[in-house]
Design a protein around this ligand. Structure first.
Ligand SMILES: [Zn+2]
Length: 607
């Protein structure tokens, strides 16, 4: 353990030098918010339609480098938009550069002190001390684009955009596909031994087999849903060599499957089409071992019901997210992660095209997660990262670039489905930086006697302080029962904390002094701690304060690190061709409103 800790410290030290170098470079460039105001483009004709697409995790700098390489992004959609409209290489996210925070800034034009969304995970002040609420579900204090548009008589459709989740009228558009949340059953990789197979029930499936047909049953998690699987030997060669799987789902057609094939399995449900994409990964001819992946059992959610039904009928069931447990960087088959990603992108693109084909919208907000998912898992780009080899890095970078190419392909279809009078905005919420180590900030506070744990070794409500963490930011809250001096002690402990002789923290600041970060908000911690890129916080209070990371890519830092900046494009009537180095993500809402011919959301920054 000590040796491991030394290893982490060595890696962190090497990395820290790099992070500090980047930081001073960023300071030189004066990458603070508030870019200089630009001349406003003439407004488009009244009644113009606008589409805002966010590709989560697209880094402006990486995209720019890929745009320069003709072999990359073969669909050419990003290149076409840059050639005919406005392109900011970097869209500066709010601090912290996190998905919920940044998307809510897009749609309100306000920073976290205006929106109330200060992190992806926040303290829930209505619950016992230390209880958290997702920043995706927490109340938004500012008016959103969908609210402003509807207030001014425009119709709004939303496909998965964060913040529009249907929880109450303020978070509901005219029609929506909403983020489905956790699947009914998570994906699971089944490794079946020979003993799992029993002779098949006679008179069952008609299956030509030259060895005894064998059968097993696998279940979808804790649900009552099952799928019956049979194996057959289709070669008349006098040997027992199984080579086919017959899938007998609870509903729908039976399928004959070979090794490597994907197959859908649907289950009956009164709540809409529900299913899982599954794959036969291996089948030993003697049944010594069979590996079958049952995908996450999922269904589409949204409003109204007729829209979900139409998506079900015309597009199919929600295919689920790529599986980081079964096919992540640490798995034997990371390429399957990309196959799942491609399926999801194809599903979302078809769903988005169906949304565009509706005639009842003026503003359409679209969201796709593929680049973020892939980059978190596979951004192995620095020799200081764990298990780095040039071969592994090259392979994984190929996955990351493939996810950008998938976004480009989807954008190509979306752009071609729009008319010449429509305005298309494309952005993302943040970039991504390689991660070297995790910091368990509650462990640091616990070691200093400032945090208590419960029976499960988790931060207890009796703690004097608790850190609520999201990637690169920790909001530290003082228990109202603890004296104010507790916060001084917590601050001192963190200021003194070192990894390899250096502080891993970029900023440690009291809430009331966090105004320059846009974080002087009642929702923020009493103390706000931002990590340097390369470190990310973990919530646990158990064990070593510095530990190896769970993923390769991360974000959620102060918005002065160019590699974590997003991207921005706009094309449509009245938008001349222009390329700038950067805009602020808080300028997007007013630009979208201008294209629609409406007043911007009430708290929006100028365009
Ligand atoms: Zn994101």
């Amino acid at each position: 353990m000590l040796r491991f800790r030394q290893l982490v410290i060595d890696i962190a030290r090497r990395f820290l030098l790099r992070a500090l170098a980047l930081l001073s470079f960023a300071a030189l460039l004066q990458c603070a918010p508030a870019p200089s105001p630009r001349a406003a483009a003439p407004p488009p004709p009244a009644g113009g339609r606008a589409v805002l697409v966010s590709f989560d995790g697209v880094a402006g700098e990486r995209l720019e480098a890929m745009l320069d390489d003709p072999a990359k992004l073969p669909a050419g959609a990003f290149r076409r938009l840059a050639a005919r409209g406005f392109h900011a290489v970097r869209s500066v996210p709010p601090t912290p550069s996190l998905t919920a925070v940044s998307h809510i800034t897009h749609v309100t034009g306000g920073l976290p002190d205006v929106t109330g969304i200060v992190a992806n995970t926040m303290l829930d002040p209505t619950k016992p001390f230390g209880t958290t609420i997702s920043g995706f579900f927490a109340p938004i204090r500012a008016e959103t684009l969908w609210q402003a548009a509807r207030r001014q008589g425009r119709r709004v459709g939303v496909m998965l955009y964060p913040g529009a989740d249907g929880n109450g009228p303020g978070r509901t558009a005219d029609w929506m596909m909403t983020w489905p949340g956790d699947p009914l059953a998570p994906g699971r990789l089944w490794t079946l031994p020979r003993s799992a197979w029993k002779p098949a029930t006679p008179g069952g499936a008609k299956f030509q087999s030259f060895s005894l047909v064998a059968q097993t049953t696998v279940a979808f998690g804790e649900t009552t849903h099952l799928v019956v699987l049979q194996v057959a030997d289709t070669t008349d060669d006098g040997r027992v060599n199984y080579d086919r799987l017959l899938v007998l789902p609870e509903m729908g057609e039976r399928r004959e499957v070979r090794v490597g094939d994907w197959f859908p399995v649907e289950v009956p449900s009164s709540d809409g089409r529900t299913g899982a994409w599954c794959k036969l990964l291996s089948l030993a001819p003697d049944l010594g071992v069979a590996e079958i992946y049952l995908g996450p059992l999922s269904r589409t959610t949204g409003v109204p019901r007729e829209w979900v039904r139409r998506l079900d009928e015309e597009i199919g069931f929600w295919p689920g997210m790529p599986d980081t447990d079964a096919f992540g960087e640490n798995s034997a088959r990371p390429e399957v992660f990309l196959e799942q990603t491609e399926r999801l992108v194809e599903f979302l693109t078809r769903a988005d095209l169906l949304a565009i084909s509706r005639s009842d919208w003026d503003l359409l907000l679209l969201y796709q997660p593929e680049v973020d998912e892939t980059s978190h898992e596979f951004l192995l780009v620095d020799p200081g990262q764990s298990r780095y080899t040039p071969e592994r890095a090259a392979r994984f970078l190929g996955f990351v670039e493939k996810s950008y190419a998938l976004a480009d392909r989807s954008l190509d279809a979306i752009e071609k489905a729009l008319g010449p009078s429509d305005t298309l905005f494309v952005t993302s919420d943040h970039g991504m930086t390689p991660i070297f180590a995790e910091i368990a900030v509650n462990s640091i506070l616990r070691e200093a006697g400032l945090l208590n744990v419960d029976a499960k070794n988790e931060p207890a409500p009796s703690s004097p302080v608790i850190a609520v963490t999201s990637s690169g930011i920790a909001h530290i809250y003082r228990n109202r029962n603890a004296p104010p001096s507790t916060l001084d002690r917590a601050e001192r402990v963190l200021r003194d904390f070192r990894v390899g002789g250096k502080s891993p923290f970029d900023r440690i600041v009291r809430r009331e002094a966090a105004g320059d970060l846009g974080l002087n908000a009642p929702e923020s911690g009493d103390l706000v701690v931002l990590a340097l890129p390369g470190f990310q916080f973990t919530w646990t209070a158990d064990g070593d304060p510095v530990r190896p990371p769970h993923s390769y890519g991360g974000h959620g830092y102060r918005n002065v690190h160019p590699q974590v900046d997003a991207t921005f494009f706009a094309a449509g009537p009245g938008i001349p061709r222009e390329r700038v180095e950067k805009i602020g993500s808080w300028q997007i809402a007013a630009r979208v409103a201008r294209a629609l011919g409406i007043a911007p959301p009430r708290n929006a920054a100028p365009p």
